[in-house]
Write a protein that binds this ligand. Structure first.
Ligand SMILES: Nc1ncnc2c1ncn2[C@@H]1O[C@H](COP(=O)(O)OP(=O)(O)OP(=O)(O)O)[C@@H](O)[C@H]1O
Length: 584
């Protein structure tokens, strides 16, 4: 229960509701207890009338009527309070589930990109859905059934012992066996369900991939192989489900068997006592009802135990992530306005998972309003520079300064708010184009969205779609071309009106004409913005104030465009190569 203590703060938050829930559960249970006693009394009075111990039929009728009315009233109240019980306790578990999901999600948001590289998306999703769901079972049903069982036992057992002690003992004896067997069975069911669950994740990943990659499957003509793999998986799934069903099938027969056994015991022992005249007939009937009332709560002890065990394991998995300290920490309380001077002083950076030193002793400076172009072979460290500026990672060696302040001493939100980054692989959400652009500025007007799209030379494409800016993207909607995606992503960055604009090879999928149009737009609006353009194309570097050429994490050339096309080296080679390609 150590891990589940994490939930105490939520129970404390909802303590008033919880206390009310406990009270209602107790009341509901007490009303439910009326039935056996009243039915027992009714049978006893009838028996007394038959045995002529009571001769006045009016007395019998009155008593029966009285019992029936109370019985109806108690049943109605028990149902009403049972309804309220679910409304309070189960609602609390939903609130706790909601809070816990938010807490985990908030933590996911705080964690740095490195965390996401180390953990699989499926696992992250599982902890926020499956695991939180299992914890909810503890916060709701487990608590509710425990209170019910405790109340029932607290009221019923003394009552049974007062009424008929010997029959009481025989009624209670089989119950722990029932509880133990249910516990064992629940564990076995849960283990097998977990296996089925895991298998279902595997199956859905496979089907999802084969649907998303259907064009590759068709192009390579591998539909039969895919079908064979799917068939094999389905057979495996059937086997796993059969294993589960076989154990599940034991559940109700076993309960019925044990209830039956308890009933027989009560009838046998109670019957003997009745024959001896130790108890009345009504008491015998009362006890048969007690057995049936106790069976389900006792069975739930086993079930609840296994729910709690599962919740403990799930909460442990959740806590593991909640305890992770974000690698990138905000160390400043006051917001720090950012102008956009950038300086790298002997910066080196090694990715700790691959141990690749992506940057080696890099130094350069850029004044606010200037444009820097970074050119270099693939894997030379260009993206790493941009990631360090936006503090996706922290440097090992050297200092990065923005506005003459080390980047770690800037407020993290201020820094990220001042930056717009257009990544290499434009990621768009499965929402409308408008929503995707407005991601850069939530309260942007339609005019601003259109202006940003025009700026990124994608407006004409967008209005060509039937639903224009309301066109839904992604799985539910249309797929944009690579170049269109890049341009929507540029529009999203521009609408934010940042002081620092980082463009990571984001024009690679557009034709040279559109590239030139976008570049001249960028030049126009970035007069007072610090801009870094990463590109494989010389044309993107043409208007930059400064250019650096990277090779294997080192700056091998730097200077202006005019200087570098004269200087022998990688830049000139690339320039001549791309010039000749243009001539072709
Ligand atoms: N997240 C990462 N984890 C580990 N290693 C990485 C990571 N990102 C990049 N690297 C490695 O760091 C080196 C520099 O990568 P980077 O992405 O900065 O290069 P790049 O110049 O932007 O390449 P490209 O032009 O292909 O985008 C590469 O060797 C790459 O394999």
């Amino acid at each position: 229960m150590k891990e589940l203590q994490h939930l105490n703060k939520y129970f404390l938050k909802y303590k008033a509701k919880l206390l009310l829930g406990v009270l209602i559960t107790i009341i509901a249970q007490i009303f439910a207890l009326f039935a056996p006693k009243l039915i027992g009394n009714s049978l006893t009075i009838v028996e007394k009338y038959i045995n002529k111990e009571v001769t006045d039929i009016a007395i019998v009728k009155n008593e029966l009527l009285f019992n029936i009315l109370i019985l109806i009233g108690a049943a109605a109240l028990a149902s009403f309070f049972t309804f309220l019980m679910r409304q309070t306790i189960i609602n609390i578990s939903r609130y706790v589930e909601y809070d816990l999901k938010n807490e985990v999600y908030q933590q996911y948001q705080n964690l740095s990109t490195n965390f996401y590289k180390k953990n699989r998306t499926g696992d992250l999703m599982n902890r926020i859905s499956e695991d939180v769901g299992k914890v909810r079972m503890y916060a709701g049903p487990a608590i509710m059934y425990s209170i019910r069982t405790i109340t029932l036992f607290a009221c019923l057992v003394p009552l049974m012992f007062i009424t008929a002690p010997k029959v009481a003992i025989y009624t209670l004896v089989p119950l722990p066996i029932l509880s133990f067997l249910i516990y064992k069975l629940s564990r076995a069911i849960q283990k097998r369900s977990a296996i089925v669950q895991q298998f279902l994740s595997k199956l859905s990943t496979f089907t999802q991939e084969s649907f998303s990659g259907v064009s590759v499957i068709k192009a390579y003509g591998i539909e039969p192989q895919t079908k064979t793999t799917f068939d094999a998986m389905v057979i495996e799934g059937k086997q796993k489900n059969m294993d589960l069903v076989k154990v599940q099938a034991w559940f109700f027969p076993m309960m019925i068997l044990l209830i039956g056994a308890s009933n027989i015991l009560v009838i046998y022992i109670g019957g003997q006592q009745y024959i001896r005249g130790d108890i009345e007939f009504g008491v015998l009937a009362e006890f048969i009802m007690y057995v049936n009332m106790l069976t389900w709560p006792v069975a739930t002890i086993g079930w609840v135990t296994s729910i709690i065990q599962q919740a403990e394991v799930s909460q442990q998995r959740i806590n593991e992530f909640l305890k992770v300290e974000p690698e990138i920490q905000n160390l400043v309380t006051e917001e720090t306005p950012i102008k956009g001077d950038i300086e790298f002083k002997n910066v080196s950076f090694t990715y700790d998972d691959t141990n690749i030193t992506a940057l080696k002793n890099i130094s350069f400076s850029l004044s606010s309003g200037e444009t820097l172009a970074i050119v270099g072979k693939t894997g030379s460290g260009k993206t790493t520079i941009l990631d360090l500026i936006s503090r996706m990672y922290d440097t090992d060696n050297g200092v990065i300064e923005i506005d003459k302040t080390p980047i770690k001493k800037l407020h993290l939100d201020s820094l990220r708010n001042a930056i717009s980054i257009v990544p290499q692989d434009a990621f768009l959400f499965s929402e409308s184009i408008k929503e995707n652009i407005k991601f850069g500025k939530e309260d942007a007007t339609d005019e601003e969205v259109i202006a940003a799209a025009k700026f990124a030379s994608v407006h004409k494409n967008i209005i060509g779609f039937k639903k224009g800016y309301d066109t839904i993207l992604g799985e539910r909607g249309i797929t944009l071309s690579g170049g269109q995606k890049q341009r929507v992503s540029i529009a999203r960055a521009i609408i934010k009106d940042p002081n620092i604009l980082l463009l990571d090879d984001c024009l690679s999928a557009v034709d040279t004409e559109t590239e030139e149009e976008i570049l001249s737009n960028i030049e126009r609006i970035t007069k007072n913005k610090t801009t870094i353009i990463v590109s494989h194309r010389i044309s993107s570097a043409k208007n930059a104030d400064k250019i650096i050429v990277l090779d294997d994490g080192n700056i091998i050339q730097n200077g202006s465009y005019d200087d570098l096309i004269e200087e022998d080296g990688y830049f000139k080679e690339l320039y001549l190569k791309q010039l000749s390609e243009k001539d072709l």
